[in-house]
Every structure is written in C-alpha cells, then in structure tokens.
Design a protein around this ligand. Structure first.
Ligand code: PLP
Length: 420
C-alpha cells in the first residue's frame, strides 16, 4: 500500500515517522492527502468522516472555498513583509470586538508560543515566580507547560518531559482541576508568590472534562484575593461554542487569554491578549520580550479573517445539536452491548471514556481503558470514521458535518462495538 511505503520513508526522517507525537499510532498511521467538508481522504483514496479536524481548527470543514480563495489571493500578493499589515488590524478587531477581556493582543504562530508569552507576561506584570497549572492541562510544548501535562504527553506516558530543568519545574505548581481544596492549599502555601493560574476553562487534552459548578468562579475569586492573574487558555474553546470566548458565555473575565486553532482558519496561529495596561508591558512599549518572524503573517491573517467572517454568521446550535444527537446514539449503542462508557461533551466537543464511572477529574480520566479506546478507534477507521487517535484527545464536529455523516457514523459505531 502506498501509505505503508511512504511511512517507512517517514520513519527514516522523523522520530516515529511524524512531526508531532499524537499523529503516531501503531502499526502505521493513516497518511492523508486531501480533505473536503467533513471528509478526508488517505493516500490510497479511502474516504473518512473526520472528527479530529486537524486537532480542532477546521470548524468550517476542510478546504472551505472562502478560506481557500483568501489564501490564494494573499499568496499572489506576497506572503511575508515583516511589518504591520491591514489584515492584522482587521483580524485583531474581529477578536477584540467579541472577547470582552481582550483590549490588546499579540498574534503568535502557535498556541504553544501564546501560552509561553502569556506566562512570561504574567510573571513580568506581577514580578512573581510561580505559575499554577492543572494536572492534565495542556498548554503546548514549552518548558513551563510540560509539567504533569495532557494530550500526547499522557498518551505516551511522559506528562513531565525529560530535558526540562528542575529549576523550571520547581516554579510550576500543579493543582487539580475541579478540586478547590487542592488549589486552596497551594495558595495557602505559595499565594503571595503565585504570578498566575493557567487553565483550559474546559479541559480538552485528557478527553473532555467540564468545569464543575462554581469551579472557574472559585479560580477567579482566589486569584483576585491573592493579586495573582488568571489565564484562560482558550486555544481549543475560543470561538468554538459561540462567536466569542467561552469566558463570555460563562461571564468570567480572565486577566490574560490565549487563543489559537479556529481563529486562523486552519493556518498556523496563536494569540495572547489582555487589558491595555498589562499588554503594554510587552516590548517595545514595555520590558517583557516577545517576537516572531512569522507572527501575524499574511497567510494566517487572510485565512483567519475569511474563516472568522464566515463563522460569525453561523448558527452554532447546528453543531451543538449534531453532537448531542451523536452522543445520545453512541450511548444507546454501547449500552446495547453492555460496554461501560462515559461520554463527556460540551457544544461541539465530545470524548468517549471507556470508564464505568463519571469522569470529572484527571484522576477519573486516567482510569479509563486506553487499550479499549484504541481498539474502538481502529475499528472506526476500518469503517471510514477518523477519530483523534487517543483516549486523551477530543472529538470535534464542524459546520460541514450533516445528517448523512451522523447516520454513517452511527452505523460505523454499531459495527465497531461488536468487535471490541
Ligand atoms: N493550549 C491548548 C489548550 C491546546 O489544546 C494546545 C494544542 O492542542 C495548545 C495550547 C498548543 O497549541 P499549538 O499546538 O498550536 O502549539
């Protein structure tokens, strides 16, 4: 098969044959060639319904014609100038007008860069040392985030990466999401030295875990009490459930926000934003350094504007209802076969935990049956459905998914559960 041969070559070039770890799975990951709408096609021409959506950005589906022509137009006009452009102002305004906590922002090339700079900014602003993150929370692949992290780090059993100096690890405190006591005891001990709490408002990198009632409000209150900053990492949740941040839906104002994925229409992007007072500490107006040759690059700006302008007119209840219907059908299918699952979802995000108990915390999530998840993933692949290849990732639904996709996914799941 063409894919197998290509992967043998990839193995000689890239560690495990891939350029980002969660793309690897045994024996040979599917090699995709093109996509359109809800469907993606591998190098052998096989079609799949896609619930990975490039790990989240492709909320309009693949090869959206408006996004594609915006990218083509920009390519014809030059793709890098290393200077401020009109499109940066346009995309910046779209975001500022819909996320209340953001007065100013900086675009970056990835969510990783966004959280790295956000953390430095929080330390620079507060002149404090510690960052408090959540166990299983994922904020990208820089040193301050790779401590008890989620996503691929959990899939491959390295939640705290080798190579991160102990001196850095010691400045990152790890609390438990949905567990106020664990956060409170860290504040009791270190409170006056905590620069910021950083969290995904909904955990999306150990599967999906929703905040318990009052938990995010509690984080807002305790950070206020100790004059620490609250950073919401909305790289996944930003503009996913409404044309705003998740923070605007729940009406909690973080001090710093990070975003990525959706806002670039599938092109590389990230951003961190805050009040003018805090953002003006960034160089050259302030002394917190941040930079990037490709930051705010014209291709990502063009793709982002086209995607965001289109998204603004979309009725999010469509993808939310699709997800709710799919989750309900999946429960019926698993229940019929007496297979214990708990399916967490919010809006257009969901994950199936092979776990007989509810999954409300990191400790619950890690008790899920990873091997059974993987068997299900492989069987779904056989039946033309591509889920993200790990128990500790999230499924996404796009505006290109329709009833035909829903019915075919349900049929595929019925076949898949009989063989796991
Ligand atoms: N923050 C969150 C919540 C993420 O889910 C991710 C990536 O999945 C990141 C940060 C890192 O973003 P990127 O992969 O664009 O560097």
């Amino acid at each position: 098969m063409k894919g197998d041969d290509l992967f043998s070559e990839a193995l000689k070039l890239f560690p495990s044959g891939v350029n980002s770890p969660v793309r690897f799975y045994r024996p040979v990951p599917v090699m995709f060639e093109r996509g359109r709408g809800s469907r993606i096609y591998d190098v052998n021409g096989k079609e799949y319904i896609d619930y990975s959506l490039g790990f989240g950005p492709m909320i309009l589906g693949h090869a959206d014609p408006d996004v594609a022509s915006a990218i083509k137009r920009q390519a014809d006009n030059g793709i890098l100038f290393g200077s401020i452009t009109e499109n940066e102002v346009r995309l910046g305004n779209i975001i500022k007008n819909h996320v209340k906590s953001i007065e100013k922002m900086r675009f970056t090339n990835s969510g990783t860069e966004a959280t790295m700079h956000a953390i430095r900014l929080a330390r620079g602003y507060t002149k404090r040392k510690y960052i408090l993150k959540m166990e299983g929370g994922f904020h990208g692949a820089h040193d301050y985030a790779l401590i008890k992290s989620g996503s691929g780090t959990m899939t491959f059993g390295v939640p705290s990466s080798n190579g991160v100096p102990e001196e850095i690890t010691k400045t990152v405190l790890v609390g438990k999401y949905n567990d106020e006591n664990s956060i409170e005891s860290l504040f009791n001990e270190y409170g006056n030295d905590i620069a910021a709490v950083i969290t995904e408002p909904i955990l999306g990198n150990i599967g999906v875990i929703n905040p318990e009632l009052g938990f995010l409000e509690f984080l807002r209150e305790i950070t206020n009490k100790y004059n620490s900053l609250l950073i919401f990492d909305e790289v996944i949740t930003g503009f996913r459930f409404a044309f705003s941040g998740y923070q605007d839906i729940i009406n909690i104002k973080p001090d710093i926000t990070t975003m990525g994925k959706i806002i670039g229409g599938g092109a590389p992007i990230g951003l961190f934003g805050s009040s003018s007072e805090i953002m003006d500490l960034i160089s050259p107006s302030g002394n917190v350094y941040e930079s990037g040759t490709f930051s705010g690059n014209p291709l990502s700006m063009a793709a982002g504007i086209a995607a965001m302008e289109k998204l603004q007119g979309m009725d999010y209840s469509r993808i939310n209802n699709y997800t709710a219907d799919l989750v309900k059908s999946l429960y019926d299918i698993f229940n019929d076969k007496n297979i214990d699952v708990n399916i967490n979802h919010y809006g257009s995000m969901f994950q199936i935990f092979f776990n007989k108990n509810e999954v409300k915390t990191y400790d619950d999530a890690i008790k899920s049956d990873k091997d059974r998840f993987f068997k299900f993933f492989k069987k779904m692949l056989d039946h033309n459905v591509y889920l993200p290849p790990s128990q500790f990732e999230t499924n996404f639904v796009s505006f290109a998914h329709g009833r035909d996709d829903l019915n075919k996914t349900i049929e595929a799941a019925k076949e898949a559960v009989s063989c796991i």
